[in-house]
Design a protein around this ligand. Sequence first.
Ligand SMILES: C[S@@+](CC[C@H](N)C(=O)[O-])C[C@H]1O[C@@H](n2cnc3c(N)ncnc32)[C@H](O)[C@@H]1O
Length: 363
Amino acid sequence: MTTPLAEILARRIRTEGPVTLAEYMRSCLLHPEHGYYTRREALGARGDFITAPEISQVFGELLGLALAQSWIDRGRPAPFLLVEAGPGRGTLMADLLRATRIVPGFHGAMRLVLVEASPAMRRRQRKALAGHAVEWAGTIDEALSRHADLPLLLVANEFFDALPIRQFIRTPTAWRERMVGLDEAGKLAFGLSGEMPAAFLAERLADTREGDIVEISLPALAIARTLAGRIATKGGVALIIDYGGWRSLGDTFQAVENHAPVDPLARPGMADLTAHVDFAALAAAAREGGACHSAMTAQGAFLEALGIRARAAALARRLKGPALENHLAAIRRLTSPEEMGTLFKVMAIHDRLGPPPGLPPAA
Ligand SMILES: C[S@@+](CC[C@H](N)C(=O)[O-])C[C@H]1O[C@@H](n2cnc3c(N)ncnc32)[C@H](O)[C@@H]1O
């Protein structure tokens, strides 16, 4: 079954030629009319996938308290800019704001900006955060330039994995890029570009071999450099949580619809498209931007270090029966190595005052 966006993309490819994976991903996720995130609300048990803040309130609470501690460590700057990138249903921010009510001065000093490209998601966030003074921006650049001189605290959970990637396959002498074109029947199909030098992959010649696939998200690197620039000059912390690893190697481009993996070309605009985040590349971009970064840390270890056991036990005292079982299962899902505990990683970009609690500085 084809989709309206498949027709639009096929028409474009017939006239202009194959598109990069990044162009395909951007259209599928954010096409103004048919994009996956633009069309509707995608998350939650009834959506296509579920994220950590939707699993347990403890996730947003602990992240909030970690950021508030970073604010205290920096002498409680007022005002400061609190940004969430890709806030989804607004659940993480709602939990973060509830937990930080106990931190004197934090709410009064914050200027809260949500970076969200999708009008449907913005409507959902408006509801979740009713009663708070919230601004929306379409990009991180827009959020930062609107509040040019402020120190920054930022949180981004499962935001970077939605940023468009390009894929390159190493040949004996150069690289070829994976493209989306049309097969003989006129259906969307993967293909390869001709050989190209790809200067931005020069450093990957040392640790890759012929046939290896390397993914790179140029928008993610630009964002990491921008965040680092603000943090290096005005102070602050950016907390990045996502699934991924240290140095991209191999094909991690994937589509999920209705909680199951699907062919990423089958129904453009209907499935969520993501790729693993390359934390080594983000760390390098942060250094280029003049900031420091923490060690990349598994989500489970990070949440344990922030005290998830104690908070979970406090909540458990009020629960019994199935509600208690659900609560304990949710905490396991966030922390256990078999579930999200090691697949998801956490890294902070920070100033000279160090990373937030729970994250060791880079070695
Ligand atoms: C997977 S959801 C993550 C939701 C949320 N952080 C959570 O943990 O539940 C990705 C979010 O980022 C937004 N988004 C995706 N690409 C974006 C972009 N390029 N610019 C701004 N927002 C984007 C989506 O609309 C959605 O709100």
